[in-house]
Design a protein around this ligand. Structure first.
Ligand SMILES: Nc1nc2c(ncn2[C@@H]2O[C@H](COP(=O)(O)OP(=O)(O)OP(=O)(O)O)[C@@H](O)[C@H]2O)c(=O)[nH]1
Length: 262
């Protein structure tokens, strides 16, 4: 278990609020506005040049219908260019967003993304009294895998563990990698019993089958600290602190188990 576990929730960086619905548009504007301003700065002198230009003799000789065709062609080319650039920008923004929200090794949500979603659930809880639970899942004795089979196999263990967690969480739950061998499962709109059922299922799925050959065929277990949002909680950090303490309890009681606090 990382040494920082106990202090995690005291950190304001971990629990920073990000308001999901408005940020995507705000981010897109922040990224594209310098481009728009630069383009405008160039557009004015270029337009002046064009207005001052003499019409070439070849163009002067064109009749009405040829001029119309040329005009239509120029407009069509401009529209095509605009649509193409808009599509490229849209794809790039999508990729950027994906990169900023995903863990590079496992492709699960990263800490930043799950913090945003934790805040969203916190607001739901405050507005509608909809309870959410968190599970902190920490692999047992993972260091031994690295020490005996090497770091690349350790990485594969993390990847395959991530796949199993994601495959056996509920459709509406979110799984994130928040540290080396530590994962967080966010369970929206749930009860203590519901969260316990999911936690037990994840433990069974991890220990039931050894991982694949690329992960050394090792059989991994995990310890889970679980917590449900309570009336006395002042923020998300309070819930995470309880899950952290529960995880510590699961480790000290012998690992491969879930402990629920309070
Ligand atoms: N392969 C690999 N190892 C990592 C990564 N991130 C962290 N680690 C290793 O994970 C190990 C975690 O060790 P510990 O915190 O002692 O945890 P543990 O061995 O699972 O022990 P318990 O949690 O107490 O059961 C350390 O050896 C880290 O170097 C990673 O991305 N890839």
């Amino acid at each position: 278990m990382p040494a920082t576990c106990g202090s995690r929730c005291a950190s304001s960086r971990r629990c920073t609020a990000r308001c999901a619905p408005t940020t995507a548009r705000a981010r897109a504007w922040t990224i594209s506005s310098p481009g728009i301003l630069t383009a405008s700065a160039f557009a004015v002198p270029i337009a002046r040049q064009l207005l001052n230009m003499d019409v070439p003799q070849e163009l002067q000789r064109l009749d009405g219908s040829a001029l119309r065709s040329l005009f239509v062609f120029i407009i069509a080319a401009a529209i095509f260019n605009f649509a193409f650039m808009a599509m490229v920008t849209h794809r790039l923004l999508g990729r950027l967003r994906n990169l900023s929200e995903r863990d590079a090794l496992t492709n699960l949500f990263n800490r930043r993304a799950i913090e945003r979603d934790l805040q969203r659930e916190w607001h739901r809880w405050q507005r509608r009294r909809e309870r959410f639970a968190v599970l902190i899942v920490d692999l047992d004795h993972f260091k031994q895998v690295n020490d005996t089979l090497g770091h690349p196999v350790g990485d594969e263990v993390l990847r395959q563990t991530a796949e199993r967690l994601a495959a056996h969480a509920r459709e509406t739950d979110e799984v994130a990698r928040i540290g080396g061998e530590e994962f967080l499962v966010l369970l929206p709109a749930t009860s203590r019993e519901g969260a316990l059922r999911v936690a037990e299922r994840l433990l069974v799925q991890l220990r039931a089958q050894p991982l694949g050959p690329a992960a050394g065929g090792v059989r991994m277990t995990a310890s889970i600290g679980a917590a449900l949002v309570e009336a006395g909680d002042t923020d998300v950090a309070a819930v995470l602190a309880r899950a952290d303490r529960a995880l510590y309890g699961a480790k000290s009681q012998g690992r491969d188990r879930v402990v629920f606090l309070p």
